[in-house]
Ligand binder design. Structure first.
Ligand code: GLT
Ligand code: MN
Ligand code: MN
Length: 412
């Protein structure tokens, strides 16, 4: 092939994207509670060792692109759209009014708002720092985000306390830090009750997001299970208003089985919001788009969520890779991520209805007739062949994942 001149590259990318087929229409995509973060589309490809490769994208453009693609909801950090110095001031109100206009004009809704408590230098010692002044500022910030959320009609607020931790041991006292952090969330919930009451709106669902590594060396609330323990620790004045926003990769990063982590959240009644992406175990937070690394795991996760009637947002919290151009972000990255999610969700439905899987699972649950309830060897003997169905179920799931249950040939 000849080298491809710069002015022909976008059309090549568009043609090959089209050639992939299997795309859903914007109308089909809008049927799902798929939410698009401002920060995901705006991400310029920078990281600790990486210079940016793309221009940042401002909210009017992100909202317009999401609308065109059929991503029905948008979400944001306070400082993704409002400069830190303008927070709580008139300038904030002017910006929020512009966002509202942009959303309405494009037929989008705001699903969620979140407070940035990790980037600015003021959070060097976290939002639950020893200094009362920092903690008071943190309370202002989360309350202000609640205000923004109500103004934009959001249903959810998310908190990622990634800066809650330390680099050097013994410098902070963990129980104090966790108590102080609870005070910030209490301030948000109490303010929410007041504001929602005045506006006649339901209160927001406040969702905690854990991540095991980064940006601190040691993290005080590293997993969704740690978050559950903290929510139920007695430190919160309104634990019923606080649930979870697990992120797929954050649970995988520590080596967990993500589906099991989600199952524990479901049992606790706290699976309210879900950040969907992909990546690798025991690595940093690579935030790859959903399904590109672990499609089999993803399929199984969606089977679990479908069977438990999960109806919260699926939030596209990933980072288009830095090899993807500004054009590629909306021409390739977002539409393909959404379409992989929908494909996996639909396949999960097919899996749940699959006669082979259903009969195998029913048989396993029926068990075998046993000669004696206290004879371990006899109980095992009675079930021996039934248990082969575990592996058969796994094979059937693989077949559904790759479409082999409908036949597949290449050279045979
Ligand atoms: C940050 C983090 C994400 C969280 C965001 C919510 S902040 O981008 O890496 O996983 O979901 O505040
Ligand atoms: Mn996330
Ligand atoms: Mn992440």
């Amino acid at each position: 092939m000849q080298p491809v001149p710069a002015n022909q590259q976008q059309s090549l990318v568009n043609r090959l994207t089209e050639a992939c087929g299997g795309a859903y229409t914007p109308e089909q995509r809008r049927k799902y509670f798929i939410t698009g973060p401002q920060w995901a589309a705006a991400y310029a490809g920078q990281a600790l060792f990486h210079a940016p490769t793309r221009a940042e994208v401002a909210f009017p453009e992100v909202i317009r692109h999401y609308a065109e693609l059929g991503i029905g909801w948008w979400c944001t950090h306070d400082t993704d759209v409002i400069p830190t110095e303008a927070l709580g001031k008139d300038e904030q109100h002017a910006i929020v009014a512009k966002i509202k206009h942009s959303l309405e004009e494009n037929g989008l809704k705001c699903s969620m708002v979140t407070t940035e408590t990790f980037f600015h230098a003021v959070w060097a010692a976290s939002p639950a720092a020893e200094s009362p002044a920092v903690r008071e500022y943190a309370a202002f910030r989360v309350k202000n985000t609640v205000d923004i959320g109500h103004e934009l009609g959001a249903q959810f607020a998310v908190y990622w306390p990634g800066s809650l931790g330390y680099y050097v041991q013994g410098a902070i006292e963990e129980t104090d830090t966790l108590k102080w952090f609870a005070q910030a969330i209490n301030a948000a919930c109490e303010h929410d009750i007041e504001v929602a009451g005045k506006l006649g709106r339901p209160t927001l669902k406040h969702c905690m997001e854990a991540k095991p590594f980064e940006p601190q060396a040691e993290i005080l609330l590293p997993t969704s299970d740690a978050m559950l323990a903290w929510i139920n620790s007695g430190l919160l004045t309104h634990p019923e208003m606080v649930g979870l926003n697990p992120e797929y990769l954050h649970e995988l990063m520590w080596g967990g089985a993500v589906r099991a982590a989600l199952a524990r959240a479901i049992l606790a009644g706290k699976l309210w919001h879900f950040d969907i992406n992909d990546g690798y175990r025991l690595k940093h937070d690579v935030d790859i788009a959903v399904g590109l690394v672990n499609p089999l795991d993803w399929l199984n996760i969606l089977v679990l969520l479908r069977s438990h009637g999960y109806n919260g947002p699926f939030n596209l919290d990933y980072k288009p890779p830095r090899t993807t151009s500004n054009h590629g972000v909306f021409a390739v990255s977002f539409p393909t991520a959404v379409d992989r999610f929908i494909t996996l969700w639909e396949m999960a439905g097919e899996l749940s209805a699959d006669p082979v899987i259903n009969e195998a699972q029913e048989a396993l649950r029926a068990g075998a007739p046993i000669p004696s309830t206290i004879d371990a060897a006899a109980i095992f003997e009675a079930h021996k062949d039934l248990l082969s169905l575990h592996e058969l179920i796994a094979h059937r799931i693989f077949q559904i994942l790759i479409g082999a249950h409908r036949g597949r040939t290449y050279s045979v």
